[in-house]
Design a protein around this ligand. Structure first.
Ligand SMILES: C[S@@+](CC[C@H](N)C(=O)[O-])C[C@H]1O[C@@H](n2cnc3c(N)ncnc32)[C@H](O)[C@@H]1O
Ligand SMILES: Nc1nc2[nH]cc(C(=O)O)c2c(=O)[nH]1
Ligand code: SF4
Ligand SMILES: [Mg+2]
Length: 239
């Protein structure tokens, strides 16, 4: 059986972002990304700095470690990265988790399709705004969204740092107006260890984003969220 490049397994914690925010969950973080967002808070998955943490693991091995950390205190596993959608053979882990009766969330930017997307309970697609310096392939995104549309299992989440990002978020929401849409506050200081000043700044940014959204007729259906885990634990890894 082919292996999966895993860089972190942690939990139980809570999902800090998006459609199932607050959900008790374990995390599996895979290595490697086809993007290199300027503000990526998980760049150790792709910039070489985390290479020593990468383990090639089989699905059973990952399951054993999840059980080792979580015992019987979890029923939900979130897969993130990097971009887990680069990994065709992640299907083996997804099949095993389903067999164990575990609900599955997955985070990806919407640049790649995998057939195992159909088996994800809560798929978050997070296309990247201009501040990331990445370019969205909207034709690709159209294909991915159309395949899952109406399933009730996908959402879109755009991180906002500035006005251009805000306009981009509106454009994405308009293009896929029937897909649940989340705006998320961007964390511009991904290295500070000063949690209280970080939290203060992020709450101000959150308030500003809310102020913009509430008076915007183009964003009546959206939800505006912070990264809850960053408010709780700052830039700490593995939480
Ligand atoms: C680290 S990414 C991994 C999954 C996938 N590559 C993606 O970007 O969706 C997980 C989530 O964190 C968000 N994220 C990354 N860096 C961030 C930052 N500095 N502030 C806020 N959200 C961030 C991404 O936009 C994405 O929604
Ligand atoms: N608690 C918690 N929630 C999260 N939601 C998305 C995360 C990610 O890095 O993909 C994340 C994370 O790293 N921790
Ligand atoms: S797509 Fe996700 S993991 Fe990849 S660089 Fe961007 S935020 Fe980081
Ligand atoms: Mg994160």
């Amino acid at each position: 059986m082919s292996k999966i490049p895993v860089i972190e397994i942690f939990g139980p914690t809570i999902q800090g972002e998006g459609m199932v925010i607050g959900q008790k969950t374990m995390f599996v973080r895979t290595a490697g990304c086809d993007y290199s967002c300027s503000w990526c808070d998980s760049s150790f998955t792709w910039d070489g700095s985390g290479n020593h943490l990468v383990r090639q693991m089989g699905a059973e091995e990952i399951w054993n470690e999840l059980e080792g950390y979580g015992g019987d205190c979890f029923s939900f596993v979130t897969i993130s990265g990097g971009n887990p959608a680069l990994l065709k053979n992640l299907g083996s882990l997804i099949a095993l988790l389903k067999q164990k009766g575990i609900k599955i969330g997955l985070e990806t930017q919407g640049s790649k399709w995998q057939d195992w997307f159909y088996d994800i309970d809560e798929l978050t697609i997070s296309p990247k705004p201009p501040s990331s310096k990445m370019e969205t392939d909207f034709e690709k995104l159209d294909t991915i969204v159309s395949r899952l549309d109406g399933s009730g299992r996908i959402s879109l989440k755009v991180v906002v740092f500035d006005e251009q990002d805000y306009s981009y978020a509106k454009k994405v929401h308009q293009r896929y107006h029937h897909v649940p849409f989340f705006l998320q506050v961007g964390n511009a200081d991904i290295t500070t260890e000063d949690r209280s000043s970080l939290v203060k700044e992020l709450l101000l940014q959150y308030e500003q984003l809310i102020n913009n959204v509430v008076k915007d007729p183009g964003l009546n259906e959206v939800k505006v969220l912070p990264q809850l885990h960053t408010l709780l634990w700052g830039n700490k890894r593995g939480v």
